[in-house]
Design a protein around this ligand. Structure first.
Ligand code: VTB
Length: 316
């Protein structure tokens, strides 16, 4: 395997999301989303800056004038070593953290320069399924009901045995109605669609398909994960106004109607890394007991298809 991303750089990223999760865990259940996010951002930036690489944030906390740290275009790392693009969400699920709810993650993906779509901070319509299914069995432009029927057919089950994960938002009323019309189960989540998409790749979650509109940056992060572990995903940017179109233009988007495949969202090799902040379907959260802090991290490298769970313990 000839990869600049596997090995020590992947290990370094585990440390980054671990330290980020530990910092934000201090804010679990304290009702202050901003403070939780700030703790995560500070910790992630500090951790990046200890690594020998030329990192550039391509998906971050926002545009330079609105985000003081980890803004799009910010350079991180010591400036020695490989040139790497970074998609990050120091705290995916600020509300989940503030309310001590499940599935908050510290998450990032890295790739060689240009390997991740420079997605603007807009919404994205997303559709994802796990690995091992025929290519093209579902399609973002088909109805949720038809997608469930097609998926059920290739899985050899009835549509009523399919579970779709959907963000619980009024904008998803039509999607939910369509899914109900074929009797599919719906797992409604209040937040955190990176975990929602990844859940499709892990049979233990029971989630077969992810459908709905969430953040475009989160779409790229989820695509990076699927790139490593397998699965299919499609995404289409959604613009609510001219300001959002202008954002997209600034990130280099030319075709506003394009439907992106998984391999366009994450086009090169990538490393995906997520540490649980609160307990969730995929990962346990940060725990403190007996003088130690323990974390659970999922790290995946697309170059060799490696999926690793790292459990770490540090003295408080
Ligand atoms: C989305 C989703 C995220 O926040 O961005 C959502 O992708 C915000 O959606 O995973 P609304 O504007 O409808 O609240 C998350 O759930 C958490 O950051």
């Amino acid at each position: 395997m000839d990869s600049i991303l596997a090995g020590s750089l992947a290990d370094a990223m585990v440390r980054v999301t671990e330290l980020t999760a530990i910092a934000s865990a201090e804010e679990v259940g304290r009702g202050d989303e901003k403070k939780a996010d700030q703790a995560a951002v500070d910790a992630m930036r500090t951790a990046f800056n200890a690594i020998d690489f030329k990192g550039r944030v391509v998906i971050g906390e926002g545009e330079r004038d609105e985000a003081p740290m980890l803004y799009i275009g910010e350079e991180v790392g010591t400036g020695q070593g490989p040139e790497i693009d970074i998609a990050l969400d120091p705290l995916e699920g600020t509300t989940l953290t503030a309310k001590a709810m499940a599935n908050a993650l510290a998450v990032l993906a890295i790739a060689p320069r240009g390997g991740l779509l420079y997605a603007p901070d807009t919404y994205m319509d997303k559709l994802a399924i796990g690995p091992g299914l025929p290519e093209g069995v579902v399609d973002l432009h088909e109805s949720p009901a038809d997608n469930v029927k097609a998926l059920a057919k290739v899985k050899g089950v009835d549509a009523t045995q399919i579970t779709a994960c959907v963000l619980d938002r009024t904008r998803h009323a039509d999607i939910i109605e369509s899914l109900r019309s074929v009797g599919a189960r719906i797992k409604l989540i209040t937040d955190g669609d990176v975990a929602g998409v990844i859940a499709t790749t892990d049979p233990s979650t029971g989630v077969d398909i992810y459908i709905g509109q969430g953040g475009a940056p989160e779409g790229v992060l989820a695509a990076a994960a699927l790139k490593c572990v397998g699965g299919q995903m499609q995404g289409q940017l959604v613009f609510r106004n001219e300001e959002e179109r202008a954002r997209a233009t600034r990130t280099g988007i030319k075709d506003f109607d394009k439907t992106y495949t998984l391999h366009e969202l994450a086009s090169s090799e990538t490393v995906f890394c997520a540490t649980g902040v609160t307990d969730g379907d995929l990962l346990g959260g940060v725990r403190q007991a007996g003088g130690f802090i323990t974390t659970e991290t999922l790290v995946m490298t697309s170059a060799d298809g490696m999926v690793r769970r790292v459990s770490s313990r540090r003295p408080v």
